[in-house]
Ligand binder design. Structure first.
Ligand code: ADP
Ligand code: MG
Ligand code: ZN
Length: 488
């Protein structure tokens, strides 16, 4: 975008709640079941079937809301959003409209230019639609899978507070983190359990009013958010600069084509003929219920990062990497605690060292899927390894090799260190014998050293470490080498 225009962006996110069953019936929501096997009269919209709200879904929605600083309404309503499409058996979606469960929240985001707070307008609960499967069966058929129909969602409507595609991406990442750490959503963009629509408009710099917005759908990766918004901003600017007008419409991001494509003109709220659902009574949240949910919230992410920096000596970067996933954050804290227990040292003394080791060695071998993470070695075993470094049995370099061996063999650090004789040698006589041997074998280098080329010392240290497979205590090596080289 040129400097004449300013971007205005607001995101709408649909996040699947981690319930066991659907929003208004007892059907399972397990992913990947054969089509149309997780259905019942309620989620198929059969006449006369009545919905019953899922208590767990309401609680998860409240957790999300409280984690995002929203006010939870003690009195909210379900509403029917009417439209006609094959993925909607009833002809309406049960959502919330005039009195949503939660509103007025905020989210802190960090970009390359600093931090800012973006507003959250509302978070309401609703049910998902079925899934249309195009081009399967006999050639061009579209078939409908109702397994997803009725799945519990929250829609998080963001204020139009974002001013660049970078801010939009960071908003989305921060929101995903909050929901995952609150145990509300598994953050899976590919499987569609965390979906984003981006509303994008431009306005002349200095203008107080908003321009006409375009809604972009089908943004199922963080990379696409940036690309889709940047494309759309450029398209709108070219259009407006040439004297044209942006039309309010829904577009879709086509990554293969690298552009947004028009899908349909944008429907307005009144097109949906919203009205309170007569099958469902108002949703009433009493104070004890709300207090109970508030009492089970995890420590907020920014607070946790700040605490780790202050108490464990981590950098802001360390803290952000180690809180990139809730299971990784928990695992890191376990490892620090287990190492402290084994060594008798404090968390403050060990925190940065554990953080360095986890980032350099462990995360490379760690995979995550949803809220689960698969670590190459259990945290107490890594603590066992780090304790051997702390008590001087091995040095940091050998610890890396031992760790690789632990991953490969499943053995404990102690078993590997003992089995391979990797314990650090501090026996001065033994090291001196090696030092003398190396010096004797390299008399030419000794001459150079004595002629003033002191950098040759590094060569000797390397040879000695090689001869002892890195097990010689470095301080002792240095001391003895000085002594032997200094002898006439
Ligand atoms: P709809 O259901 O029509 O999509 P919502 O009220 O649910 O409407 O969501 C509107 C979204 O569009 C919000 O995320 C809001 O921040 C964003 N938005 C509203 N006006 C603009 C604008 N002029 N430019 C960009 N985004 C906008
Ligand atoms: Mg909307
Ligand atoms: Zn059902």
């Amino acid at each position: 975008m040129s400097t004449n225009y300013e971007a205005v962006i607001g995101l709408e996110v649909h996040a699947q709640l981690l319930t066991r069953t659907k929003m208004f019936c007892g059907c399972s929501i397990a992913y990947g079941a054969p089509p149309n096997t997780q259905v019942c009269p309620v989620c198929l919209g059969l006449p006369g079937a009545l919905p019953v709200p899922n208590r767990q879904a309401i609680e998860l929605a409240m957790r999300a809301a409280l984690s995002l600083g929203c006010t939870v309404r003690t009195f909210s309503r379900f509403a029917r959003k009417n439209y006609f499409y094959p993925d909607l058996a009833k002809g309406y979606q049960i959502s919330q409209f005039e009195l949503p469960l939660n509103e007025h929240g905020h989210l802190e985001i960090t970009t390359s230019t600093g931090t800012k707070t973006a507003g959250i307008t509302r978070i309401h609960v609703e049910e998902d639609a079925a899934k249309n499967l195009h081009g399967i069966g006999a050639g061009t058929d579209t078939l409908v899978d109702f397994n997803r129909a009725g799945t519990a969602l929250i829609e998080i409507v963001g204020e139009p507070d974002l001013r660049s595609s970078e801010e939009a991406e960071q908003y989305l990442k921060a929101l995903r983190d909050v929901l995952m750490f609150a145990g509300v959503n598994d953050g899976n963009l590919e499987e569609g359990s965390f979906r984003c629509d981006a509303n994008v408009s431009i306005r002349p710099v200095g203008s107080e009013t908003f321009g006409t917005r375009v809604e972009i759908k089908n943004i199922n990766s963080f990379r696409f958010v940036r690309k889709a918004i940047d494309f759309e901003l450029a398209r709108q600017e070219a259009l407006v600069s040439a004297g044209g007008k942006v039309v309010m419409e829904t577009r879709t991001w086509s990554d293969p084509q690298g552009q947004t494509l028009s899908m349909r003109s944008k429907e307005q709220a009144h097109d949906y003929r919203y009205f309170a659902d007569p099958d469902l009574p108002p949703l009433v949240i009493d104070a004890p219920w709300l207090a109970r949910i508030a009492g089970t919230l995890p420590e907020a992410l920014p607070a946790r990062r700040a605490r780790w920096q202050a108490a464990l000596g981590l950098t802001a970067y360390d803290a952000s990497v180690l809180t990139s996933h809730p299971a990784i954050a928990a695992w890191f804290e376990e490892t620090v605690a287990a190492t402290a227990k084994l060594t008798g040292k404090s968390d403050a003394e060990l925190g940065k060292k554990v953080a360095n080791f986890v980032q350099a060695e462990v995360l490379r071998e760690t995979t995550t899927s949803g809220l689960e993470a698969q670590f190459p070695v259990p945290s107490d075993r890594v603590a066992g390894l780090l304790a051997l470094v702390e008590d001087g049995t091995i040095n940091g370099k050998i610890a890396k090799d031992v760790f690789a061996d632990m991953v490969k063999t499943g053995k404990s650090a102690k078993q590997i260190v003992d089995g391979k004789g990797l314990a650090q040698v501090t026996d001065t006589a033994a090291i001196e014998a090696v030092v003398r041997g190396v010096v004797q074998a390299n008399l030419k280098e000794v001459e150079k050293y004595r002629a003033g080329k002191t950098s040759v010392k590094g060569f000797f240290v390397g040879q000695i470490m090689k001869a002892t497979r890195g097990t010689a205590n470095a301080a002792i090596v240095n001391e003895l080498l000085d002594k032997v080289l200094g002898e006439a």
